[in-house]
Write a protein that binds this ligand. Structure first.
Ligand code: CA
Ligand code: CA
Ligand code: CA
Ligand code: ZN
Ligand code: ZN
Length: 512
């Protein structure tokens, strides 16, 4: 019951105070209201009002009963706040033309006319919503796109530059840059965008500034509390301003401090073209928390950025799963991604550098597998192979002594420079190179009689010159990767294919 009342209050007050970028653009609004996304924190005056209203229990539960809501002084202040923040209402109630045609300012009071007007607006909105519900057009709760975007070439990685034009007086330059880079990276992990810091002498796409009070745009900051940042959408330049009167921190949240990381991830979302999401718990929610050190993009945020820029198109040059720690890893260049097997996508926070998990190897591996024969992990690169002992999640796998060794020495008959390799359910291994496949027979410890053969003789439907292959412990199927496609083979050896990497599966394997 408490909750229900509170949510009704929230609905009504959201109607009254909805952020400037959550309402449809009305032609009479001033440009500043449409082009910037203005932020107030959770504990803003508006929310304090919400809390006090809910405590009072003064609210009639019918959301349209605005007349009843506006009886207390708190509620009148709420209306005043609304009037102050919206140019449309300001014009409607504070100004009227006098007889000689000049605009005259009216005294700022909440009159019955104001109340009637707001009630009318609420009723119109509710009527529009219920007609949408009836016609089945009601929008799902999700992200919202502003409509403008940075120019990108579909299917390509696009670079957006950023820098800091004016620093915080409370944070070191190093901490500020590190935290902002971390915030940009979160969006890069799930999109075809990458972000690069540029020297402050060069022009950046996204210019970031810390400032107090009036700072050269039409939206002055207001000291500690209240407004804490604003950002422009791509079509207006994408710049981000933080109110330096706030207690920003790049470390642990304590007392009144606010997380620069949380604020930056949210503002960058606006700079990339996202408006506020209706999904609570999303980074782009208007009510996102500034007092958390655990900032993670929600699925809704990821879907939002993809709706604007599409997916990234990764290359899976090597892949393997069940490598002692029950995880799946994908590789490209000097990076690896760890997969969330249930969601079929990269875990947030990846990619990482290969050498941080596999000792002695830095980049461009040909392929990797866990050999069921001895439960050791093998990496193949050029004419060498590397052998690793058992290791746990997020720990460095030590290279066994005297490795790497020549492939010709340990895997007789297997060529150098393989394209791909996987170990089947019975421990037999298959190596791919060009249009040939080699089966390694553990019994005789060399390539099986009759091999190599052309790939389509053994794996009909799998193309030549594949990038990588592996058997997924999660579903038991074997997967083959080439360019932007993958193929899937069931237990009986039937190939179902082909699927798009990043759409049908293996999502968010993006460069950063
Ligand atoms: Ca402020
Ligand atoms: Ca490969
Ligand atoms: Ca593999
Ligand atoms: Zn916002
Ligand atoms: Zn500003």
């Amino acid at each position: 019951m408490e909750l229900e009342i509170y949510s009704q209050v929230a609905i009504l007050l959201t109607t009254l105070f909805s952020g400037s970028d959550t309402r449809p653009a009305a032609s009479r609004q001033t440009s500043i209201i449409r082009l910037q996304s203005v932020e107030y924190p959770r504990s803003s005056q508006v929310q304090k009002l919400q809390y006090r209203l809910s405590r009072q229990g003064a609210l009639n539960k019918r959301p349209l009963a605005v007349e009843n809501v506006l009886k207390s002084s708190i509620e009148r202040r709420a209306v005043m706040h609304r009037l102050d923040r919206t140019g449309k209402l300001r014009k409607e109630f504070y100004q009227f033309p006098s007889k000689n045609g000049r605009i005259v300012q009216k005294r700022k009071t909440v009159t019955q006319k104001t109340i009637d007007y707001l009630a009318n607006v609420s009723q119109q909105k509710a009527a529009a919503k219920s007609s949408m519900v009836r016609s089945g057009k009601v929008r799902r709760r999700r992200y919202l796109l502003q409509g403008s975007k940075w120019p990108v070439i579909p299917g390509r990685v696009s670079t957006i530059t950023w820098n800091v034009a004016a620093w915080s007086t409370k944070l070191s330059i190093g901490d500020t840059n590190k935290t902002l880079a971390e915030a940009f990276r979160m969006w890069a992990e799930v999109s075809p965008l990458i972000f690069r810091w540029v020297d402050s002498t060069s022009a950046a796409n996204i210019a970031i500034m810390f400032a107090i009070g009036d700072h050269g745009d039409t939206q002055p900051f207001d000291g500690s509390g209240g407004l804490f940042a604003h950002a422009k959408f791509p079509q207006y330049g994408g710049s981000i301003h933080f109110d330096d009167a706030e207690s920003w921190t790049t470390n642990y949240i304590s007392g009144n401090s606010k997380s620069l990381l949380a604020a930056a991830v949210h503002e960058i979302g606006h700079s990339l073209g996202l408006k506020h999401s209706t999904v609570s718990g999303s980074v782009m929610s208007a009510h996102f928390s500034l007092q958390t050190s655990n900032v993670v993009l929600a699925d809704d945020d990821v879907n939002g950025i993809k709706a604007i820029y599409g997916r990234c198109q990764p290359k899976v040059t090597a892949i393997e799963s069940s490598m002692n720690d029950g995880r799946t890893y994908s590789f490209n260049a000097d990076h690896y991604w760890r997969l969330n097997d249930a969601k079929h996508e990269s875990d947030r926070g990846y990619p990482s550098k290969i050498h941080t998990k596999w000792q002695g190897i830095t980049d461009n591996i040909d392929d990797i597998f866990l050999w069921g024969h001895n439960w050791r992990t093998y990496i193949f690169k050029g004419s060498w192979y590397y052998k690793y002992k058992i290791f746990g999640d997020n720990t460095l796998g030590p290279l066994e002594p005297n490795y790497p060794k020549r492939i010709s020495q340990g895997w007789p008959g297997v060529p150098d420079d393989i394209d791909a390799a996987f170990t089947g359910i019975h421990g037999d291994s298959y190596f791919f190179k060009g249009d040939q496949v080699y089966k390694f027979d553990n019994g005789i410890d060399q390539v099986a009689n009759g091999f190599p053969v052309s790939i389509n003789q053994v794996f009909a439907g799998v193309p030549n010159n594949i990038d990588s292959a592996f058997r997924w412990y999660y579903d038991g199927y074997v997967y083959f990767f080439k360019d932007e496609y993958y193929w899937k083979m069931d237990y009986s050896g039937n190939i179902a294919g082909s699927f798009l990497i990043g759409i049908d599966g293996w999502k968010n394997l993006c460069d950063v």
